[in-house]
Design a binder for this molecule. Sequence first.
Ligand code: FAD
Ligand code: DLZ
Ligand code: SF4
Length: 508
Amino acid sequence: MSRLVLVLGDQLTRGAGALARADKGRDLVVMAEVMDEATYVRHHPKKIILVLSAMRKFAAALEGDGWRVAYTKLDAEANTGSLSGELLRRAEAEATDRVLVTQPGEWRLRQALDDLPLKVEVVPDDRFLCPPEVFADWAKGRKAMRMEHFYRMMRRRTGYLMAGDDPAGGKWNFDHDNRKPARDDLLRAVPLKHDHCEVTREVVALVKERFGDHFGAPEPFWFATDRKGARACLQDFVRNHLPDFGTYQDAMLAGDPFLHHALIAPYLNLGLLTPAEVCDAAQAAHDAGDVPINSAEGFIRQILGWREYVRGIYDLHGPGYVDQNALGHKRALPGFYWDGETDMACVKAVVDETREHAYAHHIQRLMITGNFALLAGVDPAQVHDWYLSVYADAYEWVEAPNTIGMSQFADGGVLASKPYASSGAYIDRMSDYCGTCAYSVKDKTGDRACPFNLLYWHFLERHRDRFERNPRMAQMYRTWDRMDTERRKTVLCEADNFLRRLAASGRV
Ligand code: FAD
Ligand code: DLZ
Ligand code: SF4
């Protein structure tokens, strides 16, 4: 009896997982564009275009390789609207009850497959560098599961940037060299942009018609939508940006959303690139003397460390991870996360760029939009929903640990040893946003005081019981406690007023 080989929209890797175990001569590959997946959050239109266009081209490539492929387009008359429905429909037509699938990234779909009245064989997703049993073994019995420890284990295990038993360059981490602000530079290379092909043009029209009311501009659309294009992006990044990646990793510039970032997360998360080939490319460029160790290490840490680590955390903690709210935050997500209507120049820049590109780099996500939501006490479930909706690279397994854990501290410290909270001073140091802002980053109180300055102390005071004894935060509490009593009262009172204005009108 033949099997249905379900290939999900983010499993577009030839020869991996279920495809590696399937029988080309007998089994039937099933791929389906379905409304359930397109609407479980209101994805940015660019993300839907990317996924559907890449799915169509991947299906064609599989057919070119000799596979039998049953592909359902979103607007096909027979489309049942869900992946379960499509599997049942194809199972009946193929007269089989056997399904082979690579483990879906998200708990939501893992559960849907469990509920199917078919014999579903789930095989591990072997595209990751850390097999699930290795992560489980590393995590076993640990009180604190810190990324840095995981990362060192992975460096030793894979041999990336190792000199025998020691880390190349004599240190595991070169972050100390990597915190430079960037200057406006007209000579900085811009990201590689891809022209629409016929397949993408058809998908753009479909998405504009069906999802035109979602947050985000469908065009200009210039993402790569196949492996060849994704490889070209990787090569372009390694040549033009990787040498400076480390140095400017944390920098933010108004008018340059991309700086020296790789813009490859959408391709990695779809399967058009594998983490192994990305790390290989960085290692090779370093070995050839083209990329200094601070950049090679900083970049490989993101892939081999952070990306693998958040995957492990998501798997280990189960579907309940996203419902946590350790700090008890309840505020509604402000409207400016959608329309950008705020006087805070930094927040406005990130929201506007997100709408335009379905992209913001890590520090923008963490220290601007994430930091504001944390300081203002926004409900983490609403923050999670926003991040899952607005980025082209957003998939719950990677987005949730970053949002719920790293950014909002809603997991109570599983992922981060202290909250990523900062006042305006950090933003001013790492960006040029403050120069054009209606608020003044130098003002700690008063009409023009930067909201990040007011809310930072308000946050520390609100959560004193939880954080006062955290050794990494003790210094900040000492600074706050040394302030004059009247000044502290003024800060807290002005922060309260700010939060009242935010709740009343949303316009701040
Ligand atoms: P670069 O900065 O060039 O980094 C290279 C690669 O490293 C990325 O492509 C990515 O694959 C990996 N990487 C870097 N940081 C992380 C990280 N913290 N976790 C996992 N992988 C990482 N990343 C996603 O892929 N999807 C998400 O939905 C997502 N949501 C996020 C939400 C929040 C609140 C925060 C703070 C971070 C989130 N990240 C997410 C992590 C990171 O911001 C993005 O991976 C990165 O910005 C993608 O852009 P890039 O490809 O230019 O990355
Ligand atoms: C993100 C996405 C979208 C927008 N559409 C589809 C789709 O129509 N069909 C499909 O198989 N996958 C889609 N995806 C990706 C899935 O949501 C992804 O596979 C799950 O989130 C599991 O990680
Ligand atoms: Fe952001 Fe404050 Fe700077 Fe304005 S002054 S850009 S709100 S950090």
